[in-house]
Design a protein around this ligand. Structure first.
Ligand SMILES: Cc1ncc(COP(=O)(O)O)c(C=O)c1O
Length: 391
């Protein structure tokens, strides 16, 4: 998170109130649940209506659909600082991880997959499934709501084929030290996959600077799109050597060759795609990513830094127990507070028009740049009446 005054003064702050007015749900609800689902912008509603309009106007137009898929590819490349040829547009993060896993050979000296205790289920289960193909999964444990870099140092070794870790933990909001993990993976000759689902869209990110080989993410949350669409980034020099066995016609060198005599994967990261693209979702994703591009990730990161700092300050003032570090370098846009009964607390808040969520006894509070201090005041006013549910 940006905390230096030098950096803040260099950022041109957008008109946040004006931007907020493009998210109608914020007029009805105190919406602090972007870690689960981003708020729907009018731009995205318009894009989904455009999909219906285009279908009615064009009937069937496959080439136009491929163009929509490619627009998302370009926008994701812009988000990550990558080349469009390094991006596969997928139906989910799981689809990207599965396609990548299918291209890896575990039947060799390097067969270890290192994951962490902070993974979203999909980035653990898919790797455990590879144990049926010879992989050996090692899960790096946490300590007091963090995973110290030394734990990765101990787990990543010369037998490690790939390290697959989250950028920000979905259940407590902890942020892993990705540059340090990348350095260890590089030193040990292991590949590194980043699950950016809870981080991308909240912070300025450059895939080359991060030093990772693969990134997966999805458009449902901080990227402002919708469910049913995600992406996989593959670092260019690796593409040629990775041949997915989970595939489909949109992964072929020539999509419309309709060849049923063999398998001819695309020379680009499109080889990690599968079947018919999630076309309506492409419209929504494109519109969501355009908002992020227009507002700018440095400004978004700065604003989220202000909002998360305000949440932490309020929680401390009230004497609640944070489940995540108060150090901006160690948490994402998701701030968590310990509760005795997450379901009851989330339900009570919801009945008062305050949308949050819970996981593993944590109340998840996840602002995006469209939130304001009024939202935080409303939440903490409501929490004061529920002290008995907070630790
Ligand atoms: C960190 C993380 N990874 C992945 C996902 C979802 O993965 P998929 O697109 O496969 O449903 C989520 C949330 O739903 C998540 O929080």
């Amino acid at each position: 998170m940006i905390s230096s005054p030098d950096v803040s003064s260099a950022i041109e702050e957008p008109d946040w109130d004006n931007i907020r007015s493009r998210f109608p749900v914020l007029e009805k609800k105190t919406y602090l649940n972007s870690c689960a689902y981003g708020a729907l912008a009018t731009d995205v509603t318009d894009a989904l209506q455009r999909y219906i309009h285009d279908r009615q106007e064009k009937g069937t137009d496959w080439n136009y659909w491929v163009e929509r898929n490619d627009s998302v590819r370009n926008a994701v490349a812009g988000l990550l600082g990558a080349d469009a040829d390094e991006i596969a547009v997928t139906a989910s993060a799981s689809a990207g991880i599965n396609s990548l896993a299918s291209a890896l050979n575990f039947d060799q000296a390097r067969n270890k997959v290192v994951i962490s205790a902070f993974e979203f289920p999909t980035n653990a289960q898919i790797w455990y499934a590879q144990e049926l193909r010879g992989a050996k999964v090692v899960r790096v444990p946490e300590k007091d709501g963090q995973i110290p870099v030394e734990h990765f140092e101990a787990a990543i070794d010369d037998q490690t084929l790939i390290v697959a870790v989250t950028q920000v933990c979905f259940h407590n909001g902890a942020r892993l030290d990705i540059p340090a993990i990348a350095e260890i993976a590089r030193r040990r000759g292991a590949l590194l996959l980043l699950d950016g689902y809870q981080g991308l869209g909240t912070m300025d990110f450059d895939v080359h600077q991060a030093g990772v080989d693969f990134v997966v993410g999805g458009m449902l949350k901080y990227l402002l799109g919708t469910a049913g669409i995600g992406f996989l980034y593959v670092r260019e020099p690796l593409i040629e050597s990775l041949v997915p066995t989970a595939t489909g016609w949109f992964a072929q060198s020539d999509i419309f060759a309709m060849d049923t005599t063999g398998y001819n994967p695309s020379p680009t990261a499109r080889r990690f795609e599968m079947g018919t693209p999630p076309v309506p979702n492409c419209y929504a994703a494109e519109a969501g990513l355009k908002i992020l591009e227009d507002v700018g990730l440095p400004a978004i990161e700065y604003r989220i830094g202000e909002l998360t700092a305000a949440i932490i300050a309020e929680a401390k003032k009230a004497g609640y127990t944070l489940s995540v570090s108060d150090d901006p370098a160690r948490h994402g846009a998701l701030i968590t507070i310990r509760t005795h009964d997450e379901a009851a607390l989330v339900g009570i808040l919801d009945s008062q028009g305050i949308v949050t969520s819970g996981r593993f006894d944590n109340l998840r509070i996840s602002p995006h740049f469209y939130n304001n201090e009024g939202d935080i005041d409303a939440l903490f006013r409501a929490l004061r009446q529920q002290k008995h549910l907070l630790v």
